[in-house]
Design a protein around this ligand. Sequence first.
Ligand SMILES: C[S@@+](CC[C@H](N)C(=O)[O-])C[C@H]1O[C@@H](n2cnc3c(N)ncnc32)[C@H](O)[C@@H]1O
Length: 240
Amino acid sequence: MTPKIGTLYGIGVGPGDPDLITLKAVRVLQRVPHIFASCSTKNSYSLALNIVRSHLNGAGIEHLPFPMTRDPQVLQEAWEKNAGRVLEVLASGTDAAFVTLGDPLTYSTFGYLLKTLKRLNPEVSVVTIPGITSYSAAAARTHIPLTEGEESFVLISGAQGAARLREVVDRSDNIVMLKTYRHFEEIYRALEELDLLDRATCISRCGLDGETVVENLRDFKGQPVPYLSMIIIKKKGKGY
Ligand SMILES: C[S@@+](CC[C@H](N)C(=O)[O-])C[C@H]1O[C@@H](n2cnc3c(N)ncnc32)[C@H](O)[C@@H]1O
């Protein structure tokens, strides 16, 4: 008899509020014996794990460390090591979950894990459970429609600064920029230059302690924003 191989469930835990998680995700989290959560190499903190903690039923927790670097070789090695560990657990016949903030296939570590797992073992069994994205939650929190009628909507990253914003600004009606933290000042200046400051809203820590909604970006006056911050830009105006 071929030994049973476990399934990995990639679970989107939503943006912060523990109630913003699917029933399917909760059922799987309460059933699997092993839960993986990514963390940095410096400490074992995982926001995704904190979000689901109240839903857990005694599963074993294992942190998978990922270095905070852009060095592709270092990252590749970390992915291979972590994917190897996941495959080891699945090979013992155990089902496991990997928890991730928001949606697992939207700017998430899970996308890299998935690719590496499939490369190392094309037969690996993976089920992805979608999650509410941070920007869906922010739109709900602020009552800002992300897109209406024939409008377009573009999701971009601010991790490298304002370059992506400049690239898409002429072609999009609505823009959501995640990962704004590190280069907020540069992004602010670009919005000012593009005459979009009045059309932007910054939402930080949506659904978490310390949540803020800043409707007038001029209020920042050079202050830093929290790591979990995004900007919603309505090119045609906020409509109120
Ligand atoms: C690595 S991405 C994760 C995106 C996530 N997978 C999703 O579906 O929204 C991290 C970025 O998401 C945004 N983010 C995630 N959770 C957030 C929250 N609760 N409030 C505001 N922004 C959040 C921030 O822009 C942060 O820099």
